[in-house]
Design a binder for this molecule. Structure first.
Ligand SMILES: NC(=O)C1=CN([C@@H]2O[C@H](COP(=O)(O)OP(=O)(O)OC[C@H]3O[C@@H](n4cnc5c(N)ncnc54)[C@H](O)[C@@H]3O)[C@@H](O)[C@H]2O)[C@@H](O)CC1
Length: 450
């Protein structure tokens, strides 16, 4: 058993169906899985209980409850006061939430909701067994009106996607993992992103070695968004970064605060990585056909996504692009527009929605939000484990788009999927700060964390 995050290595995620298959195979040779699970729960409980009061173990009807009963037995054998039941004891030192795990298949009943409410109200830390009760393992969404908000969650046998995306991060608290000594015998459902080393820079490199980025956006009044993207691409290490500011006069400088940035246009930069849409407004629609046909690699964000959502011809142009040459970076509302769905329905299963959108448009999709998803046709999807609420700030999406463009300029042979995985994790890690973060400071943090 070990604490899970932050992780430098990529880790496999398994959905409910895959976890069930792994469990079935494992039980053939290791029939004592529940004993191992309960012992791991008891060990963690010993380490995190607060005070000398009873450990309250709330057990449900299935094997998740079984894990709880085994843990209770071990704790009692060690001489700890243990209370097993759905009613709260006086001043518990810890609550072990073993109500519902992988088997959750409907909204919790009124009685279960009352137990969950009592757990939350009792003041003791909560350790969730495998999953916080009421949280769906595949999606990270509560199945009903309430799911446990745990202080610690000990995932057992497999890591499930719902621990990391949707509402999962808000419900899990600190994550721990015990594989129960089993090595899964099947391909993961998705990967949890690990760290990717920064692009290699040769000692004999010159600025021409590190590629070009063309940022297209920044309509009047919204130039800041395009400048943040361009500054991020520059800070990432792109050799030359150009800006096509929509509606700007020919003599306007690209960015008065960043003299390294230059004005440029598609016609002069046919090999550049395009980062298009940041602060672009409605005027980007007219430029999109030329950009979609002309640039070999594209990161498409913000208003360019909205324009594509509204125009079937642009969607056809997107689908006609070569495989692996395009990354879309929608937030949930933009993704919902692209799929013609509502945002709540899309958020109900982020992994499925990102895969659907990637298949629909034939592109890599970065579905932003807590636990960003990266999905591409023919690739296993990835879930980002890094990041936090500081990234919920104006301009952080522009910084991501620019950073992806900067990475891609330096690695022309990489696929959109590989670039998205590397950039999204770096962006998330740079955004892990307490309190607020300005997008400009996020660029500095990205540039210095390497
Ligand atoms: N599959 C695995 O990976 C392993 C499972 N173990 C434990 O077993 C758990 C899975 O056990 P189960 O499959 O028995 O599933 P659960 O124990 O999560 O729950 C299943 C039972 O709860 C009922 N139920 C589902 N939703 C409900 C709701 N909203 N209100 C009331 N009852 C509801 C079901 O009808 C079923 O009777 C895991 O989460 C884990 O804690 C571990 O012991 C070992 C490894």
């Amino acid at each position: 058993m070990h604490a899970l995050l932050p992780t430098t290595a990529a880790l496999p995620l398994f959905d409910v169906a895959a976890s069930r298959r792994i469990e079935t195979h494992a039980l053939v040779h290791s029939p004592d899985l529940m004993e191992r699970a309960g012992l791991a729960v008891a060990k963690l409980a010993l380490a995190i209980r607060r005070g000398g009061g009873p450990v309250w173990v709330a057990c449900g009807p299935g094997n998740n409850g079984g894990d709880g009963h085994v843990a209770a037995r071990h704790l009692a054998a060690l001489g700890l006061p243990v209370h097993v039941g759905h009613d709260a004891p006086q001043r518990p030192a810890l609550v072990i939430d073993a109500l519902l795990g992988l088997g959750l298949n409907r909204a919790p009943s009124t009685e279960l909701l009352a137990t969950i409410a009592a757990m939350q109200a009792c003041g003791a830390p909560i350790l969730a067994v495998d999953l916080p009760s009421g949280l769906l393992a595949d999606t990270g969404q509560p199945a009903g009106e309430l799911a446990v908000r745990a202080d610690h969650t000990l995932a057992l046998l497999t890591l499930k996607p719902g621990l990391f995306t949707g509402e999962g991060r808000a419900h899990c608290g600190r994550l721990w993992f015990d594989d129960l000594g089993i090595t899964p015998d099947e391909a993961p459902t998705a990967d949890l992103l690990g760290r990717t080393p920064p692009p290699h820079r040769s000692p004999t490199a010159h600025k021409g070695s590190h590629g070009q980025v063309l940022v297209v956006g920044g309509a009047p009044g919204m130039q800041g968004a395009a400048r943040l993207a361009a500054r991020a691409a520059l800070a990432c290490g792109a050799g030359r970064v150009y800006m096509d500011l929509l509606g700007a006069a020919a003599e306007d400088v690209a960015d008065p605060g960043q003299p390294e940035l230059m004005r440029g246009h598609l016609a002069e930069l046919p090999q550049a990585v395009g980062v298009i849409g940041c602060g672009a407004g409605a005027t980007i629609a007219a430029a999109l056909p030329e950009l979609l046909r002309g640039l070999p690699r594209l990161v498409i964000d913000a208003d360019a996504l909205n324009a594509i959502a509204a125009d079937a011809d642009l969607q056809d142009l997107l689908r006609a692009r070569p495989a692996g040459s395009t990354a879309l970076t929608p937030h949930p509302l933009e993704a919902a527009r692209l799929l013609g769905r509502d945002t709540a329905g899309l958020q109900a299963d982020r992994l499925a929605a990102a895969r659907e959108l990637a298949g629909h448009l034939g592109c890599t999709v970065v579905l932003k939000g807590s636990g960003s998803i990266i999905a591409s046709p023919g690739e296993r999807p990835a879930v980002c484990a890094s990041g936090g609420p500081a990234l919920a700030t104006a301009g952080s999406g522009d910084v991501l788009a620019g950073w992806l463009g900067g990475l891609w300029a330096q690695q022309p042979g990489a696929s959109a999927h590989a670039i998205a995985c590397a950039g999204v994790d770096a962006h998330g890690r740079a955004g892990e700060v307490d309190g607020a973060l300005r997008a400009g400071d996020l660029i500095d943090r990205l540039a210095t964390q390497r």
